[in-house]
Ligand binder design. Structure first.
Ligand code: FAD
Length: 285
């Protein structure tokens, strides 16, 4: 099923997982999916290794098992910066064969072997549109993408991506909901009227957040920083506070009519369970 059908009926709850590192046992990802299934997500998306070369087969394999064995709609992430048009056609063909109908079309971040077929995610979106019948999702950035000179320029570029055929957007993580609300207003003004899911990452240790801030360039509110300072040497308390912070964000987003919540699970079903228990009754539109 295309995810656009789900948005017509309810507020969406989705989870993101990533293929396990080569040193991990692949079956552990299915232990994770087993436990996530109990939370009846509307879909599970599977990331595609940063930089995205053609040899990354785990993404499609896991997305296929999620869809065909677990019966949960899946989304395959597809970063194009290191792919040729021929590579993308092959991947789309594999998606069709596996019954995967939903793709998150991304640019990715420049690795060493970039190819020149796609410059921006919007180029990939048009290409997918012309070569298949997929529900296409795009990434968006409440605080603006780190490379973009201004949030206004970024929203114009986002409009180009939606006009190219993106049916839905998922945001990068953010820790201050005001950024999301301002972004949503800019999107409306720019004429972007596809569903926007808020991407929420529960932060459960200080190293993780430091890495994310460097990688994504997001701001940390004072309240958040003081939680980290207070509990950084108490892992259990830090985890609980991180979960509570994420729940507070989600409760507020739902009250403000968000289209959906996309939880960056970090392959940790315990955290997803704790959050789900707190918010599931609120999800009913
Ligand atoms: P784009 O939409 O191309 O935007 C990138 C930059 O280019 C922005 O600054 C934008 O303003 C600018 N731009 C866009 N179009 C134009 C234009 N026409 N002219 C001038 N400037 C333009 N990465 C992975 O490698 N694998 C993953 O699985 C993955 N999953 C992700 C999931 C989500 C929900 C998000 C938010 C990000 C994910 N990423 C992933 C990271 C993503 O690849 C990076 O954030 C990357 O830097 C930008 O990707 P994009 O698709 O947003 O690019």
């Amino acid at each position: 099923m295309k995810i656009s059908e789900i948005f017509k009926t309810k507020r969406v709850l989705s989870f993101e997982i990533f293929p396990p590192k080569p040193t991990s046992v692949v079956s552990t990802i299915y232990d994770t999916v087993d436990q996530l299934r109990e939370l009846t997500p509307d879909f599970i998306s599977v990331t595609y290794g940063a930089g995205g070369g053609k040899n990354n087969t785990e993404t499609l394999e896991i997305a296929s098992v999620v869809k065909n064995t677990y019966g949960i709609e899946s989304v395959a992430h597809l970063p194009c910066i290191n792919l040729s048009k021929t590579d993308v056609l092959e991947i789309l063909d594999d998606c069709k064969k596996a019954g995967i109908e939903n793709v998150l079309a991304l640019r990715g971040d420049a690795g060493s072997a970039t190819k020149n077929d796609f410059q921006h995610a919007s180029d990939l979106v048009s290409f997918i549109k012309a070569n298949g019948d997929f529900h296409i999702i795009g990434a968006c950035y409440p605080e603006g993408h780190k490379e973009c000179a201004s949030v206004v320029e970024d929203i114009h570029n986002l409009k180009t991506k939606v006009d190219a055929g993106a049916d839905q957007l998922i945001t990068q993580l953010f820790f201050d909901n005001q950024y999301f609300y301002s972004f949503r207003e800019r999107a409306v003004i720019a004429g972007i009227n596809v569903p926007i899911e808020a991407g929420i990452m529960p932060v459960v240790n200080k190293k993780q957040i430091e890495r994310m801030v460097t990688l994504c360039g997001v701001n940390l509110p004072k309240k958040f920083l003081s939680i980290m300072d207070r509990y950084e040497n108490n892992p259990e308390a830090m985890r609980d506070k991180g979960i509570t912070y994420a729940i507070d964000q989600i409760v507020d987003l739902i009250a403000q009519g968000v289209d959906g919540i996309h939880l960056y699970t970090m392959n940790n079903p315990y955290i997803a369970h704790r959050i789900y228990e707190a918010i599931n009754t609120l999800l009913v539109a």
